[in-house]
Ligand binder design. Sequence first.
Ligand SMILES: Cc1cc2nc3c(=O)[nH]c(=O)nc-3n(C[C@H](O)[C@H](O)[C@H](O)COP(=O)(O)OP(=O)(O)OC[C@H]3O[C@@H](n4cnc5c(N)ncnc54)[C@H](O)[C@@H]3O)c2cc1C
Length: 396
Amino acid sequence: MSYQVVVVGAGPGGSTAAHFLARSGIEVLLLDKKRFPRDKACGDGQVRSIQPLFKEMGIYEAIRAQARILRGASFGSPSGAYHSFATPDREIFCTPRIVIDDIIRRSAVERGAHFRDCFTVGELVTARGRVTGLRGREEGRNIEISCEAVVVADGARSRLAAQLGFGTAGPEHLFLGVRAYFDDVQGLSDTMEFIYPDPLFFPGGYLWIFPVTDSRANVGVFISTGALRRSGRSLKSLIPWSVERSAIVKARLREARQASPLKGSILPTYPSAGDNYAAGAVVVGDAGSMVEPLFGSGLPQAMTAGQIAAEVITRALSKGDVSAESLSPYKQRINETMGPAYALSATVRKHLFSDPKDLEAYLAEVNRGDDPVLLNRGANETMVHYLKKYKGVQIA
Ligand SMILES: Cc1cc2nc3c(=O)[nH]c(=O)nc-3n(C[C@H](O)[C@H](O)[C@H](O)COP(=O)(O)OP(=O)(O)OC[C@H]3O[C@@H](n4cnc5c(N)ncnc54)[C@H](O)[C@@H]3O)c2cc1C
C-alpha cells in the first residue's frame, strides 16, 4: 500500500495538514488509533486568532453553530480579587473536542483525504537515511504503508517524534492538565474564567471554568509539573481542593454535579522550536511541543503548524526532493509565524503569573478604575498595556 503522504493522528494538527495536502492534489492518508468521533481532554476553548484559519478551511460556520459563544475573559486571584474583561464585539468559541475535531477531520475527507481510524501506528520505516513509510496494526493485522513523507501529529508523548530523536520540553515547560464537565454550575457568564485559587498554582497554573451551556461548564486545572510536585498534592485533588480554598470557585461549584470522568494529559509548551523535521518527516502540534506557555492553548498552534507542514511538503514533493534540507523551511516558518506570540506569552507569564503578588497588584490596579485603557480592552491587550506602562517591561 502506498500514498504520497501519510499523516499520523487525526487531531486538529493532523487533520489540518491532511486538509491542505488534499486540497493541493496530494494523495494523502490520515490515520488515527481511536474510533472517531473521539473525545480529547481539553478546556474546549478556541482563541479568536484561529478564526481566519477556520474561514480559510470553510469550517467557520459549522464550528460557530456548535460553539458556545463567549465574549471575554475573567480573572480571579488567590486573595479573591476578580475582574471581567468583557469584549462584547469579539467572539471566542467554546466547542467540545468531540465535536470540533470531527468537523476538522471531515473537512480533510471532503477535500479528498483518505481516512482510517482504529489504526495504531507502531513505528516509522526508514531507508537510506530517510523516512519511507510506517508500520502499524489495524483490526489485529500488521500493515506496512510506504510513502514519500510522513506528518507526525500523534499528540503529546509522541512515540514517533521520539523515534526521530526529538526530545520533549524540560520540566519547567511541561504542564499537566485535567478536566471534567460539571452541571448546575452557578453564576456562569459569557466569559472564560481563569481562577488562581492558591499560590501553589504559580508559576503559570490556574483553574478554568469555561461555560459550555448556561449551566454546564468545562472545569479543569493547568499546572506545571514542578508546581504540582512542590504542592505534594495529586492532580485529581486540585478541583475539590480549590472549592475549599477559593470563594469564587466555591460559589460556582457549590451545587454543581460532576457529569463526566476527570480526563487529563500533559501539555508540552513551546521552549523555542527545536528540530521538528527530518528527511521525509515533519512533526506537528503537541508531538512537537507547540502548546502556548501562558494559558496552555494548543489547538490553534497545532492547526497553524498543520497548514505550514502541508505547504512545505507540497513544495518539496513538487521538486521531487523530501530531504531534510528541502523540508527545513518548516522550522523557519514555524518560528516566524508563531515565535513572536510564544515570546509574548512567556513575557506575560514571567511578569504577571510567576508570583501571586504581581497578579494581585495587577488586578488591584485594574479594579481601581482610574486608567480607562485598562478597562476598555480585551484581557491580553490590557496585560500588555499594564506591563509596559506600570512595570516598564519592554514589549515589541
Ligand atoms: C486538560 C487539557 C486542557 C486543554 N485545554 C485547551 C484549550 O482550552 N484550548 C486549546 O487550544 N488547547 C487546549 N489544550 C491543548 C490541546 O488539547 C492540544 O494542544 C491539541 O489537542 C493538540 O492537537 P494535536 O493535533 O497536536 O494532538 P491531539 O489533539 O492530541 O491529537 C493526536 C491524535 O493522534 C492519535 N494518535 C496518537 N498516537 C497514535 C498512534 N500511535 N497511531 C495513530 N494515531 C495516534 C490520537 O488518538 C489523537 O487523536 C488542552 C490540553 C489539555 C490536556
